[in-house]
Design a protein around this ligand. Structure first.
Ligand SMILES: [Zn+2]
Length: 140
C-alpha cells in the first residue's frame, strides 16, 4: 500500500490541480486530498490544512524539488523564454505592442452603479484596446 505524503497544500482547489499537473508532467504520480470538503465549505479550508497535493513517500524528495521550482516561478520563466513573454499582449491585427487601453462604457456604468448603490468599487474588467500602429480596436 502506498504511503502518501503531503508535498504542498493550497487554499484553492484549482491551484492544487495545477500543482498536481506539474508533478505528473515531471513523471511523479500525485493525488489531491480534502478537495471536496473545501469545495463544499471553503471556510474550513484552513482547519483541514488546505487542499493537499500528495505523493508516494518514495517520490517525496523529487516532488519537493518540483514544487520548489513551481512555486518560485522557474517553470513560468522557462515557458516565457521559449515562447517569448506570454504576458505581453499584442495587437491581433499587426502584432504591435503599442496600444492604449480604456474601460468600456458598460464597465464605467457598472462601476458608477456599484459604487453609488453599494459603496463598492469594483475593478474595471472589460477594456477597449486601440492599436497605435494600425488603429485596430478590440475588447477583452
Ligand atoms: Zn495593430
Amino acid at each position: 500500500m502506498a504511503n502518501l505524503i503531503t508535498v504542498e497544500s493550497f487554499s484553492d482547489p484549482l491551484e492544487a490541480h495545477l500543482a498536481k499537473g506539474r508533478l505528473e508532467a515531471e513523471g511523479i504520480q500525485a493525488f489531491i486530498a480534502n478537495e471536496h470538503h473545501i469545495w463544499a465549505n471553503w471556510m474550513i479550508s484552513h482547519a483541514l490544512g488546505g487542499v493537499r497535493v500528495q505523493v508516494n513517500s518514495k517520490n517525496i524528495d523529487a516532488a519537493k524539488r518540483v514544487m520548489e521550482r513551481y512555486i518560485n516561478g522557474a517553470y513560468e520563466k522557462e515557458l516565457n523564454q521559449e515562447f517569448n513573454d506570454l504576458n505581453v499582449k499584442l495587437c491581433p491585427s499587426c502584432h504591435s505592442e503599442a496600444y492604449t487601453n480604456s474601460p468600456t462604457r458598460l464597465s464605467k456604468f457598472l462601476l458608477i452603479i456599484s459604487f453609488g448603490l453599494l459603496g463598492i468599487i469594483s475593478k474595471l474588467k472589460k477594456v477597449n484596446h486601440k492599436c497605435n500602429e494600425c488603429g485596430f480596436s478590440w475588447k477583452n
